[in-house]
Design a protein around this ligand. Structure first.
Ligand SMILES: Cc1cc2nc3c(=O)[nH]c(=O)nc-3n(C[C@H](O)[C@H](O)[C@H](O)COP(=O)(O)OP(=O)(O)OC[C@H]3O[C@@H](n4cnc5c(N)ncnc54)[C@H](O)[C@@H]3O)c2cc1C
Length: 424
């Protein structure tokens, strides 16, 4: 596989100040807040500003990875709209860029970066979550079309996605990692039934997806038939990196393009409105203690100090990962470290908020601690250590890939998938 995402050396291209100046001049010349958002994004794409770290052939400038973050935040600072938020931009696009083929890069990257197509991730199944390679949804080629049958679950935003990143089994005669193919599945078709799941925090951000003779055009294979595992690992690595979702701050009433970008972000982040609570809200702990009148309690003060220390250390870990990326490193083990740190922090937040509020931490509605936010934190924190690979799986990755410990015993790794007993 050619790793197109790191094709450019970290030292190539202009320095940060030069890039800022070039971008400001270009925005000054081209930005008109009254234009349609899609028109603006097409210009960004044509000029290479949408994803400057990508190769010139694929909408970029071949710049080092830091250029993406810099240009993204500069566009907002200059009052212009950036590329779309969401798993299309953050997961599907880099996977398609890295694994191809060219025909899909040509057909799928542009609609993602313009915001014409939204995506969801159809990986997990009732019998395959941590053991993702044990998935049993099948895809069989019938002439010019793949026919898909099976069930996916926990699929965030599948209820309003146009396309799905689908992992399906195309060969059961080989070991489980080798018979998987990664598809771009059109979601809006009779064979795809999406049912929303209600969560214990009252939100409904993920779904069950039932696939019954769903159809996929023959050429919608990301990477190669039977090589879907490699592409899936790329998506998972990006997912760990993007677990901290950034909402762009578009000011209201500033013109058509920004209104459209804000509506798009509102729509997207409606699904994720509980994610800050999932991360534990360390930013609210001091305010919570003061408002509950326990800011002087020495035990609570110690717990808060410990929590803030953890929060700072976690932020530095994330910063280390960001710097590694800006130097051109592919997302790797630091994603697992960052994800574990985020889980520890979220759990500790839940504990400290509960210490402060006592039993009333579970109350919602008027008069409840922080108007129900504390209850939402307690109900949401467990999701932090599951989404994007559980804590135990991150520890396995770190043990094997970083510490070089002996690998976990995997008795089903080398036998044909058809000979394995499945739990689904
Ligand atoms: C907020 C949220 C959003 C999500 N969004 C999506 C999405 O958009 N698309 C998607 O496809 N999926 C999504 N998921 C699903 C998520 O990827 C899975 O829940 C996760 O991979 C765990 O799988 P599982 O739920 O089947 O748990 P299991 O794999 O059944 O794990 C159960 C327990 O066993 C432990 N365990 C399992 N295997 C091992 C092992 N080898 N060593 C040690 N311990 C082990 C686990 O750590 C866990 O504690 C989402 C989940 C959450 C919480």
């Amino acid at each position: 596989m050619t790793d197109l995402t790191t094709a450019s050396p970290a030292t190539a291209g202009p320095d940060r100040e030069q890039l800022r100046a070039d971008l400001a001049a270009w925005v000054h010349e081209h930005w008109d807040p009254q234009m349609a958002l899609s028109h603006w994004r097409r210009q960004l794409l044509e000029a290479g500003w949408a994803v400057p770290s990508w190769p010139e052939r694929w909408h970029g400038m071949g710049l080092p990875a830091w250029a993406d973050d810099l240009v993204g935040s500069e566009l907002i600072r200059l009052g212009a709209a950036g590329i779309p938020v969401g798993s299309g931009t953050w997961l599907a696009a880099p996977t398609i860029l890295a694994h191809g083929p060219d025909e899909l890069r040509e057909r799928l990257l542009e609609p993602i970066l313009i915001g014409e197509q939204t995506w969801c991730q159809l990986f997990s199944e009732p019998g395959a979550g941590s053991d993702l390679a044990g998935l049993s949804t099948s895809a069989v080629l019938d002439g010019e079309t793949w026919v898909v049958n099976g069930q996916k679950v926990w699929n965030t935003s599948a209820h309003h996605a146009d396309m799905g990143m689908l992992l399906a089994r195309t060969d059961t005669s080989v070991p489980k990692h080798q018979g998987i193919t990664y598809f771009a599945l059109p979601m809006r078709q009779p064979g795809v039934e999406v049912r929303q799941l209600r969560q214990m925090n009252f939100h409904a951000s993920f779904n069950e997806v039932f696939l019954t003779d769903a159809r996929i055009p023959k050429d919608n294979v990301i990477g190669e038939v039977g090589k879907g595992w490699a592409a899936a690992l790329t998506t998972l690595a990006y997912e760990r990196r993007f677990s901290a979702l950034q909402r762009p701050a578009y000011s209201p009433g500033a013109g058509r393009a920004l209104d459209e970008a804000r509506a798009e972000a509102d729509d997207h982040f409606a699904t994720y409105s509980w994610y800050p609570q999932r991360a534990g809200r360390p930013d609210l702990v001091i305010e919570h203690a003061r408002s509950a009148g326990v800011g002087d309690d020495p035990v609570i003060r110690q717990a808060i100090a410990r929590l803030i220390t953890l929060w700072r250390a976690s932020a530095w870990t994330a910063e280390r990962a960001r710097v590694a990326r800006s130097r051109g490193a592919r997302p790797g083990a630091e994603g697992s470290i960052g994800k574990l740190a985020a889980s520890n922090l979220a759990r500790e937040c839940g504990r400290v908020h509960s210490m402060i509020a006592g039993a009333s931490a579970l109350l919602t509605g008027p008069g409840s601690p922080m108007n129900g936010v504390v209850a939402e934190i307690l109900m949401s924190v467990p999701g932090q250590s599951i989404a994007g690979g559980t804590d135990e799986i991150q520890k396995n990755i770190l043990a094997e890939k970083v510490l070089g410990l002996p690998p976990e015993v995997r008795i089903d790794k080398d036998v044909p998938f058809s000979q394995i007993r499945h739990r689904g």
